[in-house]
Each structure stands twice: as structure tokens, then as C-alpha cells.
Design a protein around this ligand. Structure first.
Ligand code: IMP
Ligand code: MG
Length: 181
């Protein structure tokens, strides 16, 4: 277990490494390729990352998409400082980029209760994209989603996961692997 990169792991216990940096790298590379294969190279694609959790995933993912794409972000907050979802989703940053008649891919770090997806998708649908797909690195498979998730990196355990963008009260996002606390 790599604890030397983060002195703060000393006072909060990381129980185990769930996905190593190498396992993540391999899977993200595959996902980028799969996305490239799903669209023709002439498609007008906007990859939309949900901040902040997806920032590392999207950075790695887009570098493996072998066709031209554009990238923007969307910021919604559903978890406050703790580990329990408040159920409210607030759009803190709404991209100016046009979505009309474009192929939009919403990129999430993790789908848990599904609240974020279920609240954000109608807002994106209103902007009349040609298609709208969801891509998530992790899926806890507990959510009742009104939309199918097209690309899933890993089916995640129910544990609270941190690292590779995922936080607990803003800590641990920078870890190169995903662990549970
Ligand atoms: P949902 O709205 O319950 O599906 O939760 C989605 C958001 O909550 C994700 O984008 C994460 O930011 C956060 N989240 C859910 N589960 C976890 C977890 O295990 N670790 C860290 N963040 C999580
Ligand atoms: Mg979060």
C-alpha cells in the first residue's frame, strides 16, 4: 500500500487498495478506445466531465480517445463535507459550450445513489444534444437510474472509495490509486 505519498493518510485509515494505478490505467485505456469505436471519426463529440471527482479520470480518458473530441466540465455538488448524500444537486458551473446537435458524453467518477445523474441528465437533455451518453469510472450498482450508463470502468464495492479524483471531505483526490476508507 502506497502511504508515503500522503502524510495525511497517517491519521485517517486507508483500509485497502481497491484498484491499483496500473489496473486503472489499463481499464481507462480500453474505455477510451471503446468510446472512439462507438462514434464515427466525423462525429461532433463533447466530453463533459462532472467536477470535481472526474478530473483525473477525464484527463486520462480523453488521451486515449483516438478521434477528435472537445472537452468541457460541469460542476454539481451532491455531497457536502461528509459521506452521506444530501440528495440536493446544485449546478455550480454550467458549461457555455453549445450541445445542440452534438454527441455529448457525461463523465462521472462514480455512480452511487444515482441522484447526481438523475438530476443532471434532464438539464443536459434540455440542451438538445444529438445523443447523450453516460461514462463512469465506477458504478456501485445500487442506483435506480432513469438513464442507462453506456460505459462503466469497474463495478465498485459498497465501501466509501477515495483517490484518483474521489475525495472524502476534499482529501485523498490526488492518490494515483483508489482505496477504501
Ligand atoms: P450519487 O449522486 O449518489 O450517485 O453520487 C455521485 C457523487 O457522489 C459522485 O460523483 C461522487 O462525487 C460522490 N460519491 C459517491 N460515492 C462516493 C465514494 O465512494 N467516494 C467518494 N465520492 C463518492
Ligand atoms: Mg465528490
Amino acid at each position: 500500500m502506497n502511504t508515503t505519498r500522503d502524510g495525511r493518510l497517517g491519521d485517517r485509515r486507508l483500509l485497502r487498495v481497491v484498484y491499483s494505478a496500473e489496473a486503472i490505467r489499463r481499464r481507462v485505456e480500453e474505455m477510451g478506445r471503446e468510446i472512439g469505436e462507438a462514434y464515427g471519426s466525423g462525429a461532433d463529440i463533447l466530453v463533459l466531465g462532472l467536477l470535481k471527482g472526474s478530473f483525473i479520470f477525464i484527463a486520462d480518458l480523453v488521451r486515449h480517445v483516438p478521434i477528435p473530441i472537445q472537452v468541457d466540465f460541469l460542476a454539481a455538488s451532491s455531497y457536502g463535507k461528509g459521506r452521506v448524500s444530501s440528495g440536493d444537486v446544485e449546478l455550480v458551473y454550467n458549461p457555455k459550450a453549445s450541445m445542440e446537435n452534438r454527441h455529448v458524453i457525461l463523465v462521472e467518477d462514480i455512480v452511487d445513489s444515482g441522484t447526481t445523474i438523475n438530476r443532471v441528465m434532464p438539464l443536459l437533455t434540455e440542451r438538445r444534444p444529438a445523443s447523450l451518453e453516460i461514462c463512469t469510472l465506477l458504478h456501485k450498482r445500487v442506483a435506480e437510474l432513469e438513464w442507462p450508463v453506456r460505459w462503466v470502468g469497474f463495478d465498485a464495492p459498497g465501501d466509501f472509495l477515495v483517490g484518483y479524483g474521489l475525495d472524502f471531505a476534499e482529501d485523498f483526490r490526488h492518490l494515483p490509486y483508489i482505496g477504501s476508507i
